[in-house]
Write a protein of this length. Sequence first.
Length: 235
Amino acid sequence: MKHMDTTIKRIVIYVFGLFFLALGIAFSIQAMLGVSPVSSLAYALSLITGFSVGMMTFLANILYIIVQVILNKSVEVKEYIVQLIVTVMFSFFIDGALIIVGLLPAPEGLVMQLVFLLISLFIVSIGLLGYFSSKFPLMPYDALTYSISKRFKLQFAKAKITSDLTNVTVAALICLIFIHSFGSIGIGTFVAAYFIGKITGMLIKRFQQPLLSWVYKTKNEEVEQKYALKETTTN
């Protein structure tokens, strides 16, 4: 019974984490200053095809799974099926979040655009706190970063930089070729790349232990020893 209760709580914070991630991405899109590196390819594909960001998020994540297969030189069917299921849910959240944020007045002027960007940074960071704290499967983009780290024997932080730079570069090239502008890439992309990891790390230090204590019904000290909590950076 206790195990079931713990699993339900983990699912709750995982789902809420994914939704807040999607909501933060929606705010960054509405800010029109450029989206975070992890979302740049999906948004670029949306701009050039006219399909929804959620649909293009699903397509981009399929590409990330294909690259994982190439790098890992193996097909982990169960793992990739789980990643696809999570991707479907996240893609649905993206389109839903865009509808919700679209109900708000569009930001007019640089000040309001920066406000939307700032809101997106904190909402994404809250989402990452739940997403990582749940200890459930990673989405394809994050799993790909681990594959890059393993394949090229890089520290995770360096692998993260590599995957982000690659994603941003491909997104920028696609936009330049098809719509003759940087499209999904802007100052907001670089702001997100720098600050989301720092904000997420701050939230993890402050809130992850109490969150996991609630999930596992144990003391903060026991959670820290059991899970060896460390600062996590991503965007």
